[in-house]
Design a protein around this ligand. Sequence first.
Ligand code: HEC
Length: 129
Amino acid sequence: MRMLCFMTLGLFFALIASPLMATPAQKDAASSQSSLATGQRLFLDNCAECHQRNGRGIEGIYPSLASSEVVRGSGVDVALQLIIGRGEMPSFASAMGAEEMADLINYVRNAWGNEGDAIDAATIERLIK
Ligand code: HEC
């Protein structure tokens, strides 16, 4: 009797708990989808004017981000460049917050054939300070 009871309980948890446990992962996937969409919008609004919509820039004037060592190398380097600016490129420190920069960098580092690990807003926050 006790055995049966445990089995019923087990089945109960398997049925009830598994969809509950799946939820955070699905939420993550959904939120990273919307972060990428935000990143893409930020890129089109702030960067595409120089680096072009396809990320390939204009030879001799605006470097390509599609095959850039800086972009592929590390999210921190890209963040520092956005915060400080470089040459003709303005700083974006007052134009966007850490969360937006993270979305933008994660988009750029995973667009046009790039593949980079994600950077989070907290890391960027520390660079700004
Ligand atoms: C006004 C034009 C302009 C805009 C807008 C601009 N950039 Fe740039 N960007 C440049 C120029 C010019 C360079 C090269 C700077 C240098 O090396 O002197 C550059 C360099 C870079 C690099 C380094 C690439 C490499 O391989 O060296 C990255 C990364 C980058 N930009 C990202 C961005 C992102 C992301 C945005 C949007 C927030 C952006 N840029 C907006 C002009 C621009």
